[in-house]
Design a protein around this ligand. Structure first.
Ligand code: ADP
Ligand code: MG
Length: 405
């Protein structure tokens, strides 16, 4: 099931209050009892149409009912959480409209959004705990065994961590997108007009781009950090054009030089240089770049390394601020980092095992389901419905310009 931001415009203030009530209730209940939803919503607003709002929200797929449960209640869906986050971004005037989806990462959806002035930005929606439709079907234990609301919690942790690092890296002058806003499991950042390195077929000077990327790895290390997923998808290449005017034989001549500037993205898996497996992560990042440059540009560096033990000696040197410590100091506890790391590893293991399917395949599956399915209320349908809600994302026309409210 795919949601449409059009739903947002139909929601009344009361509906929003009830949706917020379900979110608040989710902190302590996987399934929020209906009387609790009523109580929280009434406390906040004193209105009486809670039931009507519950029906509207359930119909729009923003909350889901669980029939087989021991008591009557609802839980927030991915879609519901998406809308709450968008609502916050829009009330801060960060986002006015939502455009097309530019990418489906393994753990995220990437959308183009715009503010009121039409300025385009990137909305990254974290989807930790998203697993394939088929896998869920064949493994119902997943839904049963997971902790209450853990996907919500983990996706929010991923967004918080990514945002904190983006801010810290930007302050230290690293080439990263500008962090603009964070809410729940989402972040808004500047749009980098670029191509992922993955899509770059040739470069004029592979040696200098390679050196620049290795330098970034070493600069990160000096600040106590390892990217942890430093690959051709997470390095964006920006073209910077400069025009030089010279006089030749009395005539003005214009020459344009194009410089390739790498911008790094995707930080939820960043690790400290003090991590127990730091050396493995560091070497893997270096190897990733080496392998790609060899394969794509037939470039092999003459020097071996860089080596972890040398990088380790530079941590915090020359007054470099320890960004691993900064982020921990910002309220990210070791426990949270551990939980997030475990979830990211589990997700990666699923992908490696070929369990994850492309979102496009999911679309087809769900469409088929939609075509053939009737709205009968038996248990099997109810379960399918829940699974579909797990994958709810915005399905929005390609043109940016659909106002949120
Ligand atoms: P994931 O964690 O799912 O891998 P990423 O943050 O790496 O998500 O983003 C996935 C893709 O979306 C990137 O490879 C890139 O093509 C695009 N993208 C992400 N952020 C930006 C941005 N700020 N500007 C332009 N493109 C971006
Ligand atoms: Mg990525």
């Amino acid at each position: 099931m795919f949601l449409d931001t059009r739903v947002l415009r139909h929601l009344t203030a009361e509906d929003w209050r009830v949706l917020t009530a379900v979110e608040m209730g989710s902190k302590n209940h996987e399934l929020v009892p209906t009387p609790l939803i009523e109580r929280i919503a009434r406390l906040k607003g004193g209105a009486s149409g809670v039931h009507k709002s519950i029906a509207t929200l359930a119909k729009s797929g923003l909350i889901g009912r669980m029939k087989e449960a021991k008591y009557d209640g609802y839980r927030l869906t991915y879609g519901g959480l998406d809308y709450l986050a968008l609502h916050t971004h829009s009330s801060k005037d960060v986002v006015y409209s939502v455009g097309s989806r530019v990418g489906v990462g393994k753990e995220s959806d990437i959308m183009i959004v715009a503010d009121k002035t039409g300025k385009q930005k990137i909305l990254k929606i974290h989807r930790l705990g998203r697993i394939s439709f088929r896998t869920v079907k064949s493994n119902r234990d997943y839904l049963r065994n997971r902790q209450g609301g853990s996907w919500m919690y983990l996706s929010r942790l991923a967004a918080m961590k990514e945002y904190a690092f983006m801010q810290a890296l930007q302050e230290e002058g690293f080439p990263v997108p500008e962090p603009i806003s964070q809410s729940r499991h989402t972040i808004v950042m500047s749009l980098v007009e670029s191509l992922p390195l993955r899509q770059v077929s040739s470069v004029p000077d592979p040696a200098s781009l390679y050196a620049e990327l290795i330098d970034l790895i070493l600069r990160l290390a000096k600040h106590g950090l390892i990217h942890g997923d430093f690959n051709e998808f997470n390095i964006l290449i920006k073209e910077e054009r400069t025009n030089k005017y010279t006089i030749e034989d009395g005539e003005e001549k214009e020459t344009e030089t194009v410089t390739l500037v790498p911008v790094i993205i995707d930080f939820p898996q960043m690790v400290s240089m003090d991590h127990v497996n730091a050396e493995m992560y560091f070497d893997r990042d270096v190897e990733c770049i080496k392998r790609f440059f060899k394969k794509r540009f037939h470039f092999v560096p003459t020097q071996p390394g860089p080596f972890f033990k040398d990088a380790k000696k530079t941590v915090g040197k020359d007054g470099a601020k320890r960004l691993d410590a900064t982020v921990e100091a910002s309220g990210f506890t070791k426990k949270m980092l551990k939980e997030l790391e475990k979830a990211i590893q589990e997700q990666q293991a699923k992908i490696d095992a070929g369990e994850a399917v492309e979102e496009e395949e999911l679309d087809e599956d769900e469409d088929e389901e939609d075509d053939s399915g009737s709205d009968s209320d038996d248990e099997e349908d109810e379960e399918d419905q829940q699974e579909e809600e797990e994958h709810a994302v915005f399905e929005i026309p390609a043109n940016v310009g659909r106002p949120l409210s």
